[in-house]
Design a protein. Sequence first.
Lengths: 434, 245
Amino acid sequence: MHSERNVIYMKKLCVFLTCILILVSFNLAAFAYDAVTTESESNNTYSTADSLTSEVTMRGALPAGDADDWYSVYISSGNTAYIQLSSIPSSCDWDVYLYNTNGTTLLQGSSNFNDIGECINYSITTSGTYYIKVHKSSGDSSSQYKLYVQVSGKSFTHSFYVENPTNSTYMTQLGRDAANNLSGLVFLSFGQGDKSGTDYGVWSFAGSHIAFSDVKTAVNNFIQGYLANPRHNQNIEIVVGINNYKGTSLSTTDDYKQVGANLKTCVAGISANSYVDAIYGGFDAEMSWNSPDNTKAVIDGYSGGTYKRIYNFGNHLGDTTDFSGQTDPAWTFTNWSWHASDCWYVSYSGPCFVTPEIYNTNDSLRWTWEKKWCGLHSKSLAFEGLLSTNGWSDSTGAWLYNQNSYNTFNSTLSTNGQGETLEYGTWFARRSQQ
Amino acid sequence: MKGRSCNMKKYRNLAIILLITCLLITSGAMAAQTVSGSDDQPMTPEFAKMLMMQQDYINKGQEVPQDLKDKIALETEYNKTLKAESEKRKQEIEQLEKKRAELEQVNKESPGFKAPTEPSAKQGFDPRPAELIKITLQPEDSKVATVFGNEVYNNIKYTSQADTAYNLLLAGADVKDSTIGVIVNKQYSKDSFDVIYDRQTYPGKGTITFESFADSSKIVIFNYGNGEKGYYDTENNKAVFEPYK
């Protein structure tokens, strides 16, 4: 009797485990690395606060029955704590407060009305573990907020892949809530150059063609949003960007030149306003995405008319070993080759500047050798800071975090006699975490 | 005596003129050695850096690259524009801060705070217009890369893309193993501005290809493996490997 019962039990267990195995195989496969953490309840008091890591986004929520979420973070004296609360659901009014090391003395709060994003900039004079409270003033929701804290190092502005440029509320909120209150360049990347009918515009990340007039409207909405947050008081310069993916709608260099010219018209037609100091063009010029001739044609088209800067925020796929002594080294991709001189052309000739991608140590080396090559071949090159990802990546392992990107690039440049001040730091979040 | 004294005066004056001329020439040469644009303080780090680079070449006795000279010429003019506009920026900031103070929005707990009467704008994406709802067979590589990102582009042998009201779906198979069907679902939320990227794999199902829509494009019908039928339910964000009824 007992052995029969055991056999039945084992059979049921095997069926159950098989079901679990099948379910597991249907689960989401991780195909990229994400650098976001989620709160661990219950963190409803300062004594049960979740620990925060500087520059790692924390996602949490305040559903019914949850009035506060507490976090702790160590801050050394002499630093400024920057705290940002964003993605507050539209039916909610959630605020953020910074408390002293005793967990009870309020140092500063940010309590805008409604769902306007919150931010705090506070100078720390005593090292210790400080406490941050996300407080529900009103409104329950299980939709997640984002809490971002930076407590040391070089400040990095938050740049964006614009997912839905024609939605004015989305663009306004991007500027009002997602953009952080830190000064510097803010890149808005809109997609790839594209032609539809007779219009030279952009193929957006939303999967449709938009005109540059739509891009202009989108940027104006972003600016309106940035200024609408009562706590935004840092000066930013907006870079309106496209990438250089080779699409079938653009077949000649003249086509690409026209895209560049239209980008220029768009950028020149957007006005600076109060804390938004200037508007520039941007180009995510990547060697493996298009030929140098097409890429340079965009620059040529942009260069016409009144002077306006354009920032290359792309990569360098040259050698990781020092190529500076070669005459004009070339690197071949599937359909074309890029020379060091081509990279210089789209990075520092004419109106071009470069805020290079520094996602890993190879990026750091390649750009360093490019600068060294320029110096040895009667060309100038300087870097306007760097672009990082703050740790997420296309592969299953992390790219460099912002501070590591900065330190790595700084060190590589200095070690190889190419040291310079890297003025700007900016990062793109993974698109699903913007 | 008088004649000698006149000559002395002439020579003295000549010497003074020559000395002054020498001094003028020398100071002019020195000015040429210093950074041009020094009368205009750089308004941006980019311009300041360029001027430092130029000075560095001069200090080392090296030729300043022509491209740098050209760039400095462009930036010198731009610097003037920025300078002219800086006063305008200051006034705009003053106006903005005055408006903010008047509304007393900074702290809703402060006395005199007036809650705005207009409700906050609803968060959430609008549905895609009807003309953009479509299925594309063998979508263009560059557009797949732009819309879905590199990691998708590099890991999927895709066959088709379906654009619905709130989803961009990409179907195909794993690039390394064609027996593993793959659907990437880029979802635009109706209630927030979150965009969710979701990659689902289906071992043993083979290559998936979108064919048509049903139920007002909430259902995307596909074939898989050896021509069997299935469908993707966009309301529940899941694939069902049986014919849609």
